[in-house]
Design a protein around this ligand. Structure first.
Ligand code: GDP
Length: 454
């Protein structure tokens, strides 16, 4: 395999920049461009201080620290070094170019982690956890990913695989050597094994409900007829002016999506266009979309203007949220309160918060209501596996389908070799989770989502 190099710290200026190199030639390339103050023999897990220089001009490029990792004890299991330079874009680019000029090639996104996987140091679950830690939007999501990187999910999957492999071995012995005195795989024992596996897989499947919230956020739609203050509220929530606040109706034609972290709860907020009947084709797209989004949302924040009479569109919205997880926000309390509107909405028995988006009053109460609705403290990420990855979820579901088939096969009194086929299907799907039998396309797809230098 070639020797790869990349800038691992994020683009921009920082105190320190790290240029990372991995491969057989890593130390040879480094030797051509690095003069350490101490020329002693290279040892793993040590750091040397010195200068990076251009071998052509002998010009000093930067004063650096270099950490050494000797194969197989490194992130990729190959020889690796990390050059800690000053964190300027020019400096890092110059060092990167020197590595490239002296024999390294530019790493693809995620290639270091891909090598760790291909070289067998980590399985696919752990590799995917790496990118999830980097991309985590809340502490809980990060904690769940760290758990996966530490191998808790991999271990659960491996335990299930072991159980099924030993079961398959028993079945095969029965099929292949019926004449020998091998203990017969009884229906009772088969069902016991499969039901045990089913319980374990179901627990993982159920954990995805929480995992999805941790990873993708709670799909939240802010709905309300035009001018009630949707954009104003969104802006307050985002604490920055990203949505368009306007005096005219219907400018928020399409939808805007934003992630916000409310007291550790990730909300994926979708700002929808005002819900109302209109002949205007362009606006209609937005309105239809907003009704649809509201229907599919996990949480609806429905806004009404408390200073005005309820209009037809308001009633339509009240109808949509009747059976949904919704928080009602009565906006514009800084203006006079319309008692009829207030009484009508109060009669719905939903969570109500009174605010003034304009004066930023009552916003904390929205946060409190959300925290009450989604108490993420209940999600225990320590010592418990939470499936956060939809690829894993799909494969667990597929495994459960085959498992159900196997159980039915046994109940129908079918021969052992048919059960063996279903069990092999389960093993194949589980193997795809840990990466034992995934195609190159899937691997490339997974690592393409990584950042450079990881
Ligand atoms: P949207 O169409 O629902 O997104 O409404 P906007 O956020 O664009 O607000 C419509 C108008 O109402 C703007 O002129 C806002 O300044 C105003 N507005 C929003 N919230 C409040 C509020 O709490 N009090 C008052 N008095 N005006 C508000």
């Amino acid at each position: 395999m070639s020797t790869i190099v990349a800038i691992s710290t994020s683009p921009g200026i920082g105190g320190i920049g790290i240029i990372r190199m991995s491969g057989k030639e890593a130390f040879n390339i480094l030797n051509k461009i690095f003069k350490p103050k101490n020329n002693s023999e290279i040892k793993g897990y040590t750091i040397k201080y010195g200068n990076i220089f251009d071998p052509e001009s002998n010009k000093i490029i930067d004063e650096v620290l270099v950490s050494y990792f000797i194969a197989p004890k490194s992130y990729t299991t190959e020889n690796m070094c990390e050059i800690n330079s000053h964190g300027g874009q020019i400096v890092m680019k110059q060092i990167l170019d020197l590595c490239l000029k002296n024999g390294a090639i530019l790493a693809e996104p995620g290639e270091f982690t891909k090598r760790a996987f291909l070289n067998g140091r980590i399985d696919l679950v752990k590799a995917e956890a790496v990118i999830d830690i980097i991309n985590a939007k809340t502490e809980k999501e990060k904690d769940a990913s760290v758990c996966q990187l530490n191998g808790f999910l991999s271990k659960d999957i491996q335990d299930i695989e072991k159980e099924l492999l030993s079961f398959t071995a028993d079945i095969e012995a029965n099929i292949d050597y019926p004449e020998y005195d091998i203990e017969e795989v009884s229906t009772k024992k088969s069902l016991e094994v499969l039901k045990n596996v089913k319980n374990k897989l179901l627990k993982l499947k159920e954990s995805f409900n929480n995992g999805k919230i941790l990873k993708e956020g709670i799909n939240t739609a802010i709905i309300g007829r035009p001018n009630v203050g949707k954009s104003s509220l969104l802006n307050v929530l985002l604490k920055e002016e990203r949505a368009i606040v306007t005096e005219y109706e219907g400018t928020t034609r399409d939808t805007i999506e934003e992630f916000i972290n409310i007291k550790g709860i990730p909300l994926k907020i979708i700002d929808t266009a005002g819900i109302r009947e209109t002949e205007n084709a362009v606006e209609k797209i937005g309105i239809e979309k907003s009704i649809e989004i509201a229907k599919n949302a996990d949480l609806i924040i429905a806004i009404f203007d408390i200073s005005q009479d309820l209009k037809d569109e308001d009633n339509k919205i009240l109808d949509i949220i009747k059976d949904k997880n919704a928080i009602i926000v009565l906006n514009k309390i800084d203006l006079s309160v319309n008692k009829t509107t207030e009484e009508r909405i109060k009669s719905l028995n939903k969570d109500i918060v009174k605010i003034s988006a304009l004066e930023r009053k009552g916003i904390d109460e929205i946060y409190d209501k959300i925290v009450k609705l989604y108490d993420l403290n209940k999600i225990n990420v320590e010592g418990e596996n939470i499936v956060t990855n939809s690829r894993h979820q799909y494969l667990i579901n597929q495994s459960l389908i085959s498992l159900e088939k196997a159980i039915n096969t046994i109940n129908e009194g079918m021969p052992l070799d048919i059960i063996a086929i279903d069990v092999k299907d389960i093993l194949e799907n589980l193997g795809k989770i840990t990466g034992k039998n995934v195609s190159e396309d899937v691997i490339n797809e997974i690592f393409s989502k990584f950042c450079l230098g990881k």
